[in-house]
Design a protein around this ligand. Structure first.
Ligand code: SF4
Length: 455
């Protein structure tokens, strides 16, 4: 026995939350006779449960206070403990909230397949790159976001988080299928990849697999969540390249383009310099929004060039046996379900590449050699590779089991033949369909990403 701060006896038969890797914090809020436990899962998520028992929380351990348990024998105590753990587990699967986006989040684990959806899992587009999407949800709200992400999204209603071990197991299977040579695991997605926890573990495990075949691990980031500590850990884990999105240098413009009051360009530029000085290759990825950030776009390229002059990169990409480019400029396009800035003009790629060529020549006149108009796919050694077979044909009518609510209203997620399918045209409540077998007409099969309509 030990005592709490009020001198009450506390039974040592406690629940030790430190034993659960995914539980990263626990808080206890006491009000009247109820105790509310707020449980943080993998840093970015939380769920809460209400307990009728008198409990104390100390150093991550939940103690059942003696007074309430005087008449309770040991067996009963054990069953209360497993009842609480059960409740937590149910809440993780049914009431998990993304702390960043405030959306309901589904914790993805077996047997839900990881191939088939663009919001989570793994995507094989028939090249040496495997896209790894451990989560959905973003910490900023860019007004041009192609997937309408962020806390203020008008269309996204659910998020997904994939269990680390499961993600790695399924990744291994794809690498085995494609052949472990020059594979690149690229962490991207409908959201900010750096919000994945534990990110260094994910990178390390992917790297352990890929480096056997001279492959690499790379990721995208908007930089907001990056810290010196996280960069150090990612460097240690073997991250090869960081594609850092920077769209403006000016404070006001950069904040406007992030759609977030908290966006701090000084922090991002500082982080860029820190990455540049590490063993991780820094690729600065500015997006041109014609008629919106034209001047700022050029300033971002200037920033990347200055960084390179201060500290020239010497990292060799094992896939190409060459150094990587330092800038990955992109042109903003408009998407049917994405956000748009009204003022933005839509450019043809030719015009964009001509502009990059012009900048390249301007740098050349100053004696600076910088590659801007090279398609990144070539520069990074992307090449065609064996593609996972598609189990469905276009327009085929199949039966799928509904397993999850959809990413947006009017959708659910179904499973068939080891694939997940984004099922659209759903006019019934998800709860009514959950677990049921439904008829679906397959409307998209490209790259093993499946969309089907309920029939
Ligand atoms: S950082 Fe990317 S995912 Fe996030 S809001 Fe901006 S464009 Fe969308």
């Amino acid at each position: 026995m030990s005592s709490d701060t009020n001198g009450n006896n506390i039974n040592n038969n406690s629940i030790d939350f430190n034993e659960f890797k995914m539980i990263t914090n626990v808080e206890l809020i006491k009000n009247e006779n109820k105790n509310q436990l707020i449980i943080e899962i993998n840093k970015n998520y939380e769920t809460s449960i209400t307990l009728d028992y008198d409990v104390q929380l100390k150093d991550g351990k939940l103690f059942l206070v003696d007074d309430s348990l005087k008449k309770i024998n040991r067996n009963r105590l054990e069953s209360i403990k497993s009842g609480i753990l059960n409740l937590i587990s149910i809440n993780i699967s049914q009431n998990l909230i993304n702390k960043t986006t405030k959306r309901k989040t589904y914790y993805i684990h077996p047997p839900i397949p990881l191939i088939g959806h663009t919001a989570f899992g793994l995507i094989d587009r028939g090249t040496n790159i495997i896209q790894v999407r451990g989560l959905s949800g973003c910490n900023i709200n860019c007004p041009f976001c192609s997937v309408d992400e962020g806390r203020y999204s008008k269309t996204r209603k659910n998020d997904y988080y994939v269990d680390l071990d499961y993600l790695i197991d399924e990744y291994k299977k794809i690498v085995e299928f494609k052949g472990n040579k020059h594979i690149e695991a690229h962490l991207d997605g409908q959201g900010e990849p750096s919000l994945y926890y534990p990110l260094p573990d994910l990178v390390q495990k992917l790297n352990e697999i890929n480096k056997k075949g001279k492959g690499i691990v790379s990721m995208q980031s908007n930089g907001m969540n990056l810290t010196y500590k996280l960069i150090d850990e990612l460097e240690e884990a073997g991250l090869h390249r960081m594609n850092l999105s920077i769209n403006a240098i000016d404070e006001k413009m950069s904040r406007m383009l992030s759609g977030s009051r908290d966006y701090d360009i000084e922090h991002i530029l500082d982080i860029a310099e820190y990455v540049k000085n590490s063993k991780i290759h820094l690729l600065i990825a500015p997006l041109l929004l014609p008629n919106v950030n034209d001047e700022e776009f050029k300033k971002v390229i200037d920033f990347a060039v200055q960084l390179e002059q201060k500290n020239p990169q010497n990292i060799i990409n094992p896939i190409t046996n060459k150094k990587n480019p330092i800038v990955g400029a992109q042109l903003c396009l408009t998407y049917q379900f994405g956000r748009k800035i009204k003022k933005m003009k839509v450019w043809k790629f030719k015009k964009f590449y001509d502009l990059l060529k012009y900048y390249e020549n301007e740098y050349k006149k100053k004696g600076i050699d910088v590659q801007l108009d090279t398609p990144l796919s070539k520069a990074f050694g992307n090449h065609r590779r064996k593609k996972l077979p598609s189990p469905f044909k276009l327009n085929e009518i199949i039966r799928a089991k509904v397993v999850l609510d959809g990413r947006v209203n009017g959708e659910v997620i179904g499973v068939a033949k080891d694939r997940v399918i984004q099922i659209i045209n759903v006019h019934q409540n998800y709860e009514k369909l959950m677990g049921k077998s439904v008829k679906v007409k397959i409307l998209r099969t490209k790259d093993n990403v499946f969309v089907g309509a309920l029939v």
